[in-house]
Design a protein around this ligand. Sequence first.
Ligand SMILES: [Ca+2]
Ligand SMILES: [Ca+2]
Length: 193
Amino acid sequence: MQRLFAIAAIASVSACLEVPGTGKPAELAMRDVSAPDGASLEQACTPSGVEMCFDAIDNNCNGVIDEGCGVHTGILQFAIAWDAAEADVNLEVTDAAGEVAQPGEATTSGLYKDRDCPRDGGCFSQNVENVFLASGEPEKGRYRVVVKLEKLGTATAPVKVRLGVRVGQRSYASAFELSPGDKASEKAFEFTL
Ligand SMILES: [Ca+2]
Ligand SMILES: [Ca+2]
């Protein structure tokens, strides 16, 4: 009788560092962030449980804002949410080429706007505006994000607004108030990718 000993050298360590959804490591980061007086754009994320819809907050700190809520996301995402349903707050994202993302039409760099509340009609008092990059690589350069109180309507000022920004696998957040008036009605952020 002869025994054969097969030595199987299984030493295949799977060193997969791929970022889900992108197929490669994403090292996108914001640089030279400029925030308006009284607001900041912070990367700090405190996990507060499961993802909540329509709050523009990455509640579970997985780098994606309002996932599973019917809003689109991408490697770039900008979202605002506000509670005063009667107020009209606008999110204007200008890409590195100077184009503003509009509902129904992508910029040349691929930024779409998929919610425009409360005008959309499908908002049901869950007022969110959302801009995202559907595919491809984000264009490098300077981006400008303006959040503007367009109409107060019957809402009471100030209107509390939350802004969430996703860049790669990181999410950033800001919270501030808007009131009617030249300076108080608008917050402008800028950053470089
Ligand atoms: Ca999330
Ligand atoms: Ca959320």
